[in-house]
Ligand binder design. Structure first.
Ligand code: EPZ
Length: 421
């Protein structure tokens, strides 16, 4: 497995161009299955997860091609509605093809996504909603076998999610877009990536109101058509690079992004003492002293995003005081804690709560990446603050979600080298 060799400590400063959001590109690619005519998607990040989903979709006989950051898709030759375990287990979001296949073709057989390092990641809400829309769902041998009601079309219904679920909301609005009749959803996720998906569905001819709110109404249509669309900027990639500035008395300008996407994160960065300036498509964070401690609890949007918890914790490790972090979304999202402690952090975890006592500096050490966002917090900690050389193992996690990561970090003054396995 590839490793990163990082020589600390660097001041993270400079400009970085943000890519399209992984967590928007994945549902948008799945939504292409719904279109009767060809679709074109721009600003698609070059990531392992995106490659996996493109492979999975092309395995159904769909013609889907990428040229740089643009993906085109033509569903005319689709000949199977099957998503195999060997692909789904490497990329859980593959479950997002279930709604489109069921809605458009009346059937689907999709492997249940396994859990992952951060939690068991159930999909009960997705399946419960499809059953409420008249589908017959059987779970056999690790596969979800779904069948639309006779006549082959889902039926619109009223449905309230038991908890806020990003993937559940996305799967169901894609299915509802082609259902017979109206679907009224309550307790929907409001993440910018959910909004991006709803906006693309509308561009394809879907009738959706309440986009960006917890209650959406979808009036089913008979057909959806291809469109040309561009993936929203990655707010988590943006926050990750800005976090590097806060850890090193740095100054980072992120371009091709938007301050509206990560308002809760920017408020916390300001509370820690950073000066945040921004324009329509850029955000700058600079700080010239040790960050102040801060308390956060992760919540569904517009609360503080769980995907920024590890990166914020890395800043808190160097803060001038004690911070409290409460992870409310996933049951096991503190895998980065023992690794940060190897770099000299002082963190105590009690259930969902982490108490972080700031230290002056990290010290270099070999560490292991455990999941996507945790690995970025380690890279920032090792790159930004650790004196000496740190070797980070299992960095395939990072390649799943951060495009061209070592070049972007180098452009921000980080001394980083990829060691090929
Ligand atoms: C999406 O995952 C993101 N992934 C995650 O980003 C992100 O952390 C998460 O939303 C929360 O914002 C993609 O968009 C590809 P959920 P998702 O359904 O949709 C429980 C990253 O690092 N739940 O909102 O799988 C679930 O266990 C990744 O980029 C059920 O119980 O998350 C969790 O505790 C990590 N039953 C909570 O809800 C269900 O049917 C939120 O999960 C669905 C979810």
């Amino acid at each position: 497995m590839d490793q990163f060799l990082i020589k600390g400590s660097s001041r993270i400063a400079g400009e970085v161009t943000i890519s399209g959001a992984k967590n928007a590109a994945l549902p948008l690619l799945a939504a292409m299955i719904l279109a009767k005519t060809p679709t074109t998607l721009h600003n698609v990040p070059l990531l392992q997860d995106v490659r996996t989903l493109i492979k999975l979709i092309s395995g159904m006989g769909i013609v889907i091609q990428r040229e740089g950051a643009t993906v085109t898709c033509n569903t005319k030759t689709i000949d199977s509605y099957y998503a195999p375990y060997e692909l789904v287990r490497t990329m859980r979001a593959s479950i997002l093809v279930l709604g489109p296949l069921l809605a458009r073709f009346g059937e689907a057989e999709v492997s249940l996504p396994g859990g992952c390092a951060i939690g068991s990641r159930p999909v009960d809400q997705h399946l419960k909603a499809f059953e409420a829309m008249g589908a017959t769902i059987k779970v056999e041998n690790g596969y979800v076998k779904a069948q639309a009601p006779k006549g082959g079309r889902l039926i619109g219904c009223d449905f309230t999610f038991d908890m806020v679920t990003v993937g559940g909301t996305e799967n169901v609005i894609m299915a509802a877009a082609l259902a017979k009749g109206t679907t009224r959803l309550e307790n929907c996720a409001r993440e910018p990536e959910v909004v991006d998906l709803a906006n693309m569905l509308v561009a394809m001819g879907a009738k959706i109101s309440g986009i960006g709110t917890a209650n959406m109404t979808i009036e089913g249509v008979d057909e959806l058509y291809g469109c040309e669309y561009s993936v929203v900027a990655d707010r988590i990639e943006t926050g990750s690079y800005l976090a590097g500035a806060l850890m090193t008395c740095g100054d980072v300008l992120t371009k091709n992004t938007s301050p509206q996407l990560l308002h809760p994160v920017l408020k916390k960065f300001e509370a820690m003492g950073a000066t945040i300036s921004s324009g329509e498509d850029w955000i700058r964070a600079k700080i010239d002293k040790r960050p102040q401690p801060v308390d956060i609890r992760t919540q569904p949007h517009p609360g503080f995003p769980t995907d920024m918890q590890a990166q914020l914790m890395a800043i808190c490790c160097l803060a001038d005081g004690t911070s409290t972090i409460i992870e409310n979304i996933f049951e096991n999202r503190y895998m980065h804690v023992p690794e940060l402690k190897r770099l000299g952090a002082n963190i105590k975890v009690d259930g969902h709560t982490a108490i972080v006592k700031g230290v002056e500096k990290f010290t270099a050490a070999p560490v292991m990446a455990t999941d996507l966002r945790a690995s970025m917090s380690l890279v920032m900690a090792a790159a930004a603050a650790a004196e000496g050389e740190s070797l980070i193992d299992r960095i395939y996690h990072i390649d799943r979600g951060y495009e061209d990561v070592e070049n972007k970090l180098r452009g921000l003054g980080v001394n980083i080298e990829r060691i090929k396995a």
